[in-house]
Design a binder for this molecule. Structure first.
Ligand SMILES: Cc1cc2nc3c(=O)[nH]c(=O)nc-3n(C[C@H](O)[C@H](O)[C@H](O)COP(=O)(O)OP(=O)(O)OC[C@H]3O[C@@H](n4cnc5c(N)ncnc54)[C@H](O)[C@@H]3O)c2cc1C
Length: 260
């Protein structure tokens, strides 16, 4: 997250359901133009939501949550697709009643960990739940036409979710959970030439990471994994957990923490 990027204001121009499980919000930056460098395709940002759990929204305190730029419009507006997870965090509470004219804080983050616009040495496998559908959709719609591989989407409710635009060599599978996504991955005929991208609940992400590194032997440089959320942990606590050396559970990280 670019710490030098300022916090600016955004206003909601449109809220549109994407089926029953997601909603698309179009935001316009209110205080001046958006530099081209900020308009990173499939990049991420922080949105600052009112902390109405503690102050009813009256005290002006805000809590930031990370989201993906699903699409930049030519005029500098951008779309964010929210997974409607129904929790009690500030983002979940806000999207449940978001309306045109709402204002939020916005802080640009940075580009995605991976881009797919250049040819890869082998297939790509992209795994994500509803929170990663925006980044996977954005990556695939600009992917190199010869990209081949699999997108495995853990979406319990896909009704109304827009179809992915992807190169013809990418097979798309919908499964109900992160565990089921790992099952599909384990059944694919893949080699260490594969590039793996996984963004989903943290424990599910670790299962994918372990399989890619330990069983497929994919080099770490081609395994892009992120715990986009963790069951039972609010974003602030997740950020603390991610700073621990053994967050990914990689053997070298574990051994570096063992007493000599
Ligand atoms: C780089 C990045 C990009 C992201 N992009 C998007 C995006 O485009 N769209 C999007 O919807 N999310 C995205 N996320 C995930 C989003 O930041 C988290 O889901 C975040 O926790 C939501 O904040 P909250 O205030 O609702 O919940 P928090 O206050 O963070 O957590 C409160 C509770 O809700 C639970 N929770 C959080 N998310 C979920 C979930 N998806 N399902 C079930 N329970 C959940 C937590 O476990 C916790 O118990 C992204 C995350 C990262 C790191």
């Amino acid at each position: 997250m670019g710490s030098s990027d300022p916090v600016r204001g955004v206003v909601v121009e449109r809220v549109a359901p994407l089926g029953t499980a997601m909603a698309r919000v179009t935001l316009r930056v209110v205080d001046g133009p958006v530099p081209e460098a900020v308009r990173t395709h499939a990049g991420h940002c922080r949105l600052l939501f009112p902390d109405d759990a503690t102050d009813g929204g009256a005290g002006g305190s805000a809590r930031s949550r990370v989201f993906t730029y699903r699409r930049w419009h030519a005029d500098g507006r951008f779309d964010i697709d929210f997974a409607l997870h129904g929790g009690t965090g500030p983002a979940a509470r806000w999207i449940a009643r978001a309306t045109v004219g709402d204002r939020l804080g916005w802080k640009h983050g940075g580009p995605p960990k991976l881009t797919l616009d250049a040819p890869l040495p082998g297939p790509a496998v992209l795994i994500g739940d509803a929170t990663a559908l925006p980044v996977i959709s954005a990556l695939l719609e600009r992917a190199h036409p010869r990209l081949h591989g699999h997108a495995i989407l853990a979406l319990p409710d896909i009704a109304g979710v827009l179809p992915l635009t992807a190169p013809t060599g990418v097979m798309v599978a919908h499964v109900p959970s992160g565990d089921a996504a790992l099952d599909v991955l384990q059944g694919l005929a893949l080699t260490c030439e594969t590039t793996v991208f996984a963004a989903l609940e943290a424990d599910a992400m670790r299962g994918v990471r372990r399989f890619a590194l330990d069983r497929l032997g994919v080099p770490r440089g081609r395994v892009f994994t992120s715990g986009y959320w963790k069951a039972g942990l609010a974003t602030e606590d997740l950020a603390v957990a991610k700073r621990r050396a053994d967050w990914f559970g990689d053997p070298e990280d574990r051994s570096s923490r063992m007493p000599a």
